[in-house]
Design a protein around this ligand. Structure first.
Ligand code: GUN
Ligand code: FE
Length: 437
């Protein structure tokens, strides 16, 4: 087995950086090395130390002066919405009915699903994202297309077909029984195959009947190790309609609680307008609240109170995500730029180390996969992004005055996008430069 030795400025996080000077929260090597063999990082540290462990035949790739980070992780994204992104003028419920549901009906056609799955993962990799938690459409074939494409690329991805049996056009509806059966079959075929993970995915309470929610709960009980993903408390009209549909529930979160859907592997998209009780319930169950800044701004949904959620007595586990096609960009750099502004509107700041922690190790911890991805630690999978802070003339000019790593990272977040992504490694193999254009 030949090994690969990467050289560059390596940055990986150990834990949440409390402040911008909290140096022990990350490991940074000005001249760093990563030795990769069989898809894994087998040595990591100062280049000259790592080089000693590399065999004679190992292939050396010098990425200096660029930064090597763990590949970015997007914890909430809808792959069938590539042709929904940039749809004008609506808030959530109208946006779903006018643009999103009609578009998702096209995924009844398996060939369409395969085409979009391929283009979607191309786009993710181009933007430096090596892992996603993805929603597929209601159609079993859309999830098959996604997993087949993901498996072919040897990516660690989490995905599920959405379960939805009401309040949407017939072309995107299943039934409690077919949603259950299709999910079961997909779990059996794909979960644990290579790097694939299945997520049980009831879309949200509006589009699932109580019978379907029961089925989703049953699936979670029957497969306790699996992820569960859904939407929660995104928009005021959504919340009001949800309460009408589930009049006996204390609040929106209580619906999911009632059906046994809260827990450490449960991902709740948005969580913008939570009551204190709801935040407590999420915290106590170890559930994850997913911050989707570009989507929350684009659909006019509201401002996620990131720092307050972190600081409360019962803190929330937080992840960050694009939520394409409600979200407006595939890039986690663009996402955190908008996230910074949302947090600023709440009178707070997110420093650049916290931001890059979030889209690497933080998101890996939120997905409970930090033993495999999200760091450059020895023994983890070699999913790596190479970032160039001088990728454009404006970035190059601004870099003339950047003196610290913190400034460089903040510049990458504020001005960067796919152009700043020089190379991407997925399980040790080059993925960006090898991509057919
Ligand atoms: N709530 C239910 N479905 C969706 C979706 O596709 N996007 C967003 N942003 N919210 C949702
Ligand atoms: Fe979403």
């Amino acid at each position: 087995m030949t090994s690969t030795l990467l050289r560059g400025r390596t940055l990986s996080f150990v834990r949440w950086p409390e402040t911008i000077d909290d140096h022990s929260a990350w490991r940074y090597e000005e001249d760093g090395g990563l030795l990769i063999s069989d898809g894994r990082i087998v040595a990591s540290g100062a280049y000259h130390d790592v080089e000693k462990q590399a065999g004679e035949g190992s292939k050396k790739i010098d990425h200096r002066p660029h930064l090597l980070l763990p590949g970015f992780i997007d914890t909430h994204v809808h792959f069938p919405q590539m042709q929904v992104i940039a749809s004008y003028g609506a808030e959530l419920l109208d946006w779903l009915n006018t643009y999103t549901f009609p578009e998702e009906t096209k995924f009844a056609n398996a060939q369409h699903g395969r085409r979009i799955a391929r283009l979607f993962l191309d786009e993710m990799v181009r933007h430096g994202t090596t892992t996603v938690a993805a929603y597929c459409s209601v159609h079993k074939a859309s999830a098959e297309a996604f997993f087949a494409e993901s498996h072919d690329r040897n990516m660690l991805n989490i995905a599920g077909k959405v379960m939805m049996d009401r309040n949407a056009p017939d072309g995107v509806l299943d039934t409690p029984q077919s949603g259950y059966d299709d999910t079961k079959a997909l779990i059996k075929e794909w979960h644990g195959k290579g790097r694939q993970h299945y997520a049980i995915t009831p879309r949200f309470a509006i589009t699932s009947s109580p019978e379907q929610m029961e089925m989703a709960g049953a699936l979670c009980r029957e497969h306790p190790g699996l992820h569960m993903q859904t939407h929660l408390s995104e928009n005021h009209a959504e919340i009001a309609f949800t309460q009408q549909l589930y009049p006996r529930s204390r609040d929106y979160t209580d619906i999911y609680e009632h059906y046994g859907l809260l827990g450490k592997k449960s991902l709740f998209g948005h969580c913008i307008h939570l009551s204190e009780r709801e935040a407590d319930a999420l915290s106590e169950s170890g559930s994850v609240a997913v911050f989707c800044p570009t989507s929350n701004l684009f659909l006019g949904s509201g401002l996620f109170d990131y720092q307050r959620f972190r600081r409360r007595d019962k803190p929330l586990r937080i992840a960050a995500a694009t939520d394409v096609g409600g979200g407006t960009n595939y890039s986690m750099l663009r996402t955190m730029d908008e996230g910074y502004k949302v947090i600023a509107l709440n009178g707070e700041k997110l420093n650049p180390f916290q931001s890059f922690w979030q889209i690497t190790r933080g998101n890996a911890e939120a997905l409970s996969v930090a033993d495999k991805i999200g760091t450059l630690d020895q023994g983890t999978d070699a999913d790596i992004v190479v970032l160039d802070a001088r990728a454009t003339p404006a970035m190059r000019l601004r870099m003339e005055t950047a003196q610290t790593l913190a400034q460089e990272l903040f510049l990458l977040q504020t001005l960067g996008d796919d152009r700043a992504v020089r190379e991407v490694y997925v399980a040790g193999r080059t993925a960006k430069s090898d991509m057919a254009n």
